[in-house]
Design a protein around this ligand. Structure first.
Ligand code: F6R
Length: 608
């Protein structure tokens, strides 16, 4: 979604900002813009489409400024045009604003400002901010921003500059992430650490309701009444290399290939094989509370929710705790029944998904213990939950989530062992699960080693307009995840179903042009799966079966077979998802699509 980068220091601001914006490209956007201050005057440039278009506009007219703000916009109010692109300027051109989030009362504010003579040039909600700040600006710039924000309803992460204040950037946050990057004789602001990772690893995360004045050598955080707030500088763990492609054609392939390492990273220091249990530092403070919980609700969106569904099966089977998995976007609009014996687990790669965040806040209000499974360290969900476990999967740049999913499954397995061992799970069972986790990296490497076979298969199926994915028990959520991966990056219509449910309607879709991807490892529901596959075969459907190594029977009933190594049933999705990711990846490549940045999608969805 929209991205913000701001810079103040001795480097060339235009180049630094363009570099930062490029690092945010993965988030998805449809226009970009920049505003700098030179000789006390704000100059802004904008372009529709890719950042190279903006770069072309700046080339040859680079003013070598020392201060500026910039933005990538993902259209919400108004089409992706230059007028609607940020930064937005005040009538006198002195003030420039970039904004992430949604101003809910912008229509009313706009009407009032128009009455006062302000001229609007865009259709956006964001433009009201520039005019509102102009309205309040006498000589105290920060005060004017505070006063303006007090009138605003909705969410914002903003960066603002004024031509007559060339030494400062004002930034503020409510519901949309912002981080300050602290350098030497220079400071940064960004909506995502990826933008500033190449320049500094020292950061300060802004909280909701905070506003900061940044100068070259200083930053000062207050609330909107200008009451000082103490802040903490944190160190980013990720390196710049980790956030680059590392020789692969796409981030998505790089991230798929990283999965063996991700398993090692997300389990490092956490496994205690001798005692058949795990140590999760982030949950230690609430371990006693966890012992007493009687129910778990998992809240997440998209791929993270599918990980949650696998977690539900695991926790019910091995920890014997009732678990429900909810769409985070629905949760607060129902009447959730929660108490202090309920633990709510939010799963989120970015830690910034607006729906998941809103759901977790609602759960907190209702007195539940809130836990996070989050990849981005210091993100809002990580900070707002009572306790949690980081994935340690490293930065995930491709819009389609891959390694974050596997790491979410790993963390859910670890939590299952922890909760299970607090209850009835025996040491032997705990040890068995841990031993199998330790074998996963090698098994994933084996699957990745056969990626060219999946590439061939992808070529064969790349032109089909529809796909159905089927699975049962632990592999039912995997069917949904496989279908989501395919549809989001190849634009092929695909649906994932619980295999047993298919004959209650969806089987009507099946004919020779509607292939089925059946996930049928040799597990406790294998025979049931085979019956469903036979039903499809009888209707002439093409069938790909994903099954366990050595299962030659599959070759007799399927058009194509993909094999994965054997593991515990509960861990099968961690292996099974890898061929599904590769299949979707190669189909997208064969269809000539933008794999890492599929149309209409954004990496982190920070609006409802
Ligand atoms: C799909 C995908 C999305 C995200 C969802 C939640 O590949 O990436 O479905 O899983 O938007 O995002 P996070 O995990 O950041 O909360």
């Amino acid at each position: 979604m929209c991205g913000i980068v701001g810079y103040l220091g001795e480097k060339n601001a235009e180049n630094t900002l363009l570099e930062g914006l490029k690092r945010l490209e993965y988030r998805g956007y449809d226009s970009a813009g920049i505003a700098i201050i030179k000789n006390g005057k704000v100059t802004s440039r904008k372009a529709v489409g890719k950042i190279v278009n903006l770069e072309k506009k700046i080339n040859g007219k680079n003013m070598d400024a020392g201060i500026g703000i910039s933005h990538t916009r993902w259209a919400t109010h108004g089409k992706p045009t230059e007028e609607n692109a940020h930064p937005h300027l005040s009538c006198d051109g002195n003030i420039a604003v970039v904004h992430n989030g949604i101003i809910e009362n912008y229509q009313a504010l706009r009407e009032e400002l128009k009455k006062k003579g302000h001229k609007f040039v865009s259709e956006t909600d964001s433009e009201v901010l520039a005019h509102l700040i102009e309205e309040f600006y006498k000589n105290d710039f920060k005060r004017a921003v505070c006063e303006a924000l007090k009138l605003v309803e909705g969410t914002y992460g903003i960066a603002v500059i004024a031509g007559d204040k060339p030494q400062e950037i004002i930034v503020a946050r409510k519901g949309s992430p912002l981080v300050l990057g602290i350098g030497e004789n220079e400071n940064f602001v960004a909506s995502d650490v990826a933008a500033i990772l190449g320049y500094t690893k020292q950061v300060v995360y802004l909280n909701d309701g905070e506003i900061a004045k940044i100068t070259k050598n200083n930053f000062e955080i207050t609330d909107l009444d200008e009451k000082k707030i103490d802040s903490e500088i944190s160190e980013i763990e990720w390196s710049l290399e980790e956030s680059q492609k590392g020789g692969h054609d796409h981030f998505m392939l790089k991230e798929i290939m990283e999965q063996p390492k991700v398993i090692v990273d997300s389990t490092r220091g956490r496994l205690m094989p001798d005692e058949g249990t795990v140590r999760l530092g982030g949950l230690e403070a609430v371990e006693e509370k966890l012992r007493k919980i009687e129910r778990i609700i998992i809240l997440a969106c998209g791929t993270a929710r599918y990980a949650g569904l696998v977690g539900e099966y695991m926790m019910e089977e091995y920890a014997e705790i009732p678990v429900e998995v909810e769409f985070a976007s629905e949760f607060r609009y129902r009447k959730p029944i929660l108490d202090e014996r309920t633990a709510v687990i939010a799963i989120s790669q970015s830690g910034e998904t607006a729906d998941t965040l809103a759901a977790i806040r609602e759960a907190k209000r209702k007195g539940a213990l809130t836990l996070g499974i989050v990849n981005v360290v210091g993100s809002t969900i990580a900070r707002e939950t009572d306790a949690g476990v980081y994935n340690h999967a490293g930065p995930e740049i491709a819009v389609a989530s891959t390694k974050a999913f596997t790491s979410q499954l790993i963390v859910l397995t670890l939590m299952t062992v922890l909760l299970g061992r607090q209850r009835k799970m025996s040491e032997v069972t705990g040890r068995r699960i841990i031993e199998e986790i330790e074998k996963l990296p090698k098994k994933i490497e084996k699957i990745l080693g056969a990626k060219d076979d999946i590439k061939k298969l992808a070529k064969k199926y790349a032109d089909y307009p529809n796909f159905m994915y089927l699975g049962r028990k632990y592999c039912f959520p995997l069917a949904e995840e496989g279908a989501l991966k395919l549809k989001e990056i190849s634009y092929i219509h695909s649906e994932g179903f619980a295999a047993g449910e298919m004959k209650h309607g969806s089987i009507a879709l099946i004919d020779e042009d509607f292939p089925v991807f059946a996930i049928a490892p040799k597990d406790s529901v294998y025979e049931k799966n085979i019956s469903n596959i036979e039903e499809i075969r009888a209707r002439m459907g093409k069938i790909i079966i994903l099954t366990t190594e050595g299962n030659k029977e599959a070759e007799k009933i399927a058009d194509d077979v993909i094999y994965i190594p054997k593991t515990l049933e509960m861990l099968t999705p961690i292996l099974g998802v890898v061929p599904l990711q590769l299949f979707a990846y190669y189909i997208s490549c064969f269809r000539g699509l933008d794999v890492d940045k599929p149309r209409n999608l954004a990496k982190s969805v920070t609006v409802e």
